[in-house]
Every structure is written in C-alpha cells, then in structure tokens.
Design a protein around this ligand. Sequence first.
Ligand code: AMP
Length: 176
Amino acid sequence: MDSIKSHIRAIPDFPKKGIMFRDITTLLKDAAGFQLVIGQLASRYRGKDIDLVVGIESRGFILGGALAFALGKGFVPVRKSGKLPYDKISHEYELEYGTDKVEIHTDAIAPGSRVLMIDDVIATGGTMLAAIALVEKLGGIAEECAFIVDLPDIGGSKKLREKGHSVFSLCEFEGG
Ligand code: AMP
C-alpha cells in the first residue's frame, strides 16, 4: 500500500506538541489516490452482508459517503455533540484531557442491521468505540471497523480487537 502511504502528509506537533498528524487531504485531492482508497475498500466489502455504512465526523463522512455510494448502501453519520437535528442518543467518552460526546439519530439504524464503520485514522480507538456503542444501543451490529491509517503503537486497533471487534486498515504508520 505504499502509494496510499506516500500520499499521506505527516505534520509534526499538530494539533499539539508530540502528535504526528496524518493528513489524508493530500491523498484525497489526488484522483487516483482517492479511487485507490475507495476501490480497495469497496472490493473488500462488495458482496459482504452489510446493510449500511456509518462514518464518524468529519473525515469519516468523506470516506463513508463515497464507500456507501460505491457499495450501493445507505450512509449514516455519527456526529459530534449538538449537530444532529432530530431525536438522538449520545455516548460520552474519555479523551486525554476531559471528555467528548458523539451522537446518532434514534431512527438511523434498524435493529439487527449489519453496519460497516469507517473513519480515517485509528489512534487510541476511543472515538470508534463510542461510535460502536451508539450503533449497538440501537440494536445494530458493527461488522467491521475500517480505516485508511492504523497507528498500532498507540494501541487502539489492539483494544478494539480485544473487545471482539474486527478491524481493517489500508496502511500503518509507526509511532504516534
Ligand atoms: P482516537 O479516538 O484516539 O482513535 O482518534 C481518532 C480520531 O482522531 C479520528 O477521527 C482521527 O481522525 C483523529 N486522529 C487521532 N490521531 C490522529 C493522528 N495522529 N493523525 C490524524 N488524525 C488523528
């Protein structure tokens, strides 16, 4: 997956010191790069037993929207607190400092639906675990969590797998 990796820009100390930010905008602006990402994900999930795609705000929307379209499935957003207009449920989760909250519309997922979860990067896994909690509260089944980038040294993908979730990523970077 070197062509995917080579299109991802690394920005040291963003948004704060010590974080190496993996910027996928350089990958997505490249037409061939964007097609490669969605093409590889679509070929993994085409024909699988998936009812819809759930993307996490905000880069998960770009990927999830394109992937859902390619698979011929619907798309559901998991949003940060206060953005969704209709009846919703929330899940609060721990950050390094403080907490954050994600939300989903109560009618977004029919009980028993098989859901493909997607975001751009997995670091601690906290955001994805919160999104899975929302899907499960509505009776959905998180079939797999897909990412462009795994940062395995931070431990999120290991944590998800230990909790019994299936994780797939197109590439990995060492370190934080
Ligand atoms: P986490 O909950 O720690 O797994 O963080 C995941 C969320 O934060 C995802 O929505 C990512 O887009 C973003 N994120 C965390 N770490 C990075 C990083 N090093 N580079 C880019 N995005 C990151």
